[in-house]
Design a protein around this ligand. Structure first.
Ligand code: SAM
Length: 321
């Protein structure tokens, strides 16, 4: 079903490249070529995109009147219409000289294919640029230390680093006496973890479907690994983490605190990657309620203000079974 036509049919005849000065929200697309795609879609904070699109000819703006940011833009490189590409759970359709934003069914909160693709793409750079806990503030690590202490105070301190990425936090926990193994959705991230931490075991799987029996771990850590899951998908992740947690076991979750989403495409573009990746912010109270609904009790939490290059406040919740 077509929900909104975000610009009218184009009447202009093909001529050369368009200029890309930033339009006002109401400005119509400048269109210079009736044969558009090969199309590249991008979106997010406008600043970086305007920077790059200014250099490109034949840029067609798709501008959302409601939002203050650029919704999408299309580089017209000359392939024939009609053309459709899914984008952020919707579809951009180009046909008959009209661009339409088409609704599809609401995005499945547990469909992680885009996240997986994104991390497969950036894995090597992620491992290179974030090999350890240099990005963590001392307060953040104090929460990890409290988690490690709680886990190691009993016997058999088996810990699951759930959404381990390239394994840097697995290493940190190992250094604090935990017996760690990691899981991650991205096979390339897991490959980096195996390469850099040969003594540890890493497995490719989703947080929503952990390949472990009930009551397996004394601790489960979700360190910035729920951040790509929309709020509607969180319950499943926390239920699965709770399932593999022993009675008396501990769960630590770290995430950006707030509301809404952030587009990470721009951050990775500086490393030469064109990916689609968003992260979600959650109010700490909401995550605490989800943990409680999963059968855990909150032990403590830390919410600290953003510092340095961070854009958002950071939150850490320690809960117990
Ligand atoms: C921001 S990175 C954090 C990685 C690691 N915890 C760290 O601190 O370096 C997010 C990681 O979560 C993983 N991830 C996201 N959703 C996942 C899911 N549903 N199942 C498993 N891993 C997931 C991603 O593949 C990625 O490696």
């Amino acid at each position: 079903m077509i929900t909104s036509i975000i610009n009218p049919p184009f009447n202009s005849a093909p001529t050369g490249g368009s200029t890309c000065a930033r339009p006002a929200a109401t400005k119509r697309a400048q269109f210079t070529n009736r044969r558009f795609p090969q199309v590249l879609l991008s979106a997010g904070d406008s600043a970086s995109h305007w920077g790059s699109c200014r250099k490109a000819p034949n840029v067609l703006y798709v501008w959302s009147g409601k939002e203050s940011h650029l919704l999408a833009f299309v580089f017209a490189l000359g392939a024939p219409e009609p053309w459709t590409r899914s984008w952020r759970g919707r579809a951009i359709c180009v046909s008959g000289g009209t661009i339409r934003l088409v609704s599809s069914s609401p995005p499945d909160p547990l469909d992680f294919r885009t996240v997986q693709r994104a991390y497969d793409t950036v894995a090597e750079d992620y491992a290179t640029h974030l090999p350890d806990t240099r990005a963590e503030a001392p307060l953040d690590l104090a929460m990890v230390d409290a988690f490690a202490e709680a886990v190691t105070s009993g016997g058999d301190p088996q810990v699951l680093d759930a959404g381990c990425g390239a394994g840097r936090m697995s290493r940190y926990l190992t250094g604090r006496g935990c017996l760690v193994q990691g899981v991650d959705l991205s096979s390339r991230m897991v490959a980096m973890a195996r390469r850099d931490h040969r003594d540890l075991v890493f497995t490719v799987c989703s947080l929503t479907d952990l390949p472990y029996p009930d009551d397996r771990f004394a601790g489960v850590m979700l360190w910035y690994s729920i951040i790509h899951t929309p709020p509607a998908g969180q319950a499943r992740i926390f239920a699965e983490a709770t399932r593999v947690l022993r009675p008396g076991g501990h769960l630590l979750v770290g995430f950006q605190s707030g509301e809404g989403t952030r587009d990470l495409a721009r951050a990775y573009r500086q490393f030469g990657h064109e990916i689609e990746l968003q992260r979600h912010l959650y109010p700490a109270d909401q995550v605490a309620a989800q943990l409680e609904a999963a059968g855990l009790r909150e032990v403590c939490r830390l919410v600290r203000r953003a510092q340095g290059v961070e854009r958002d406040d950071q939150a850490f919740l320690l809960a117990a079974q």
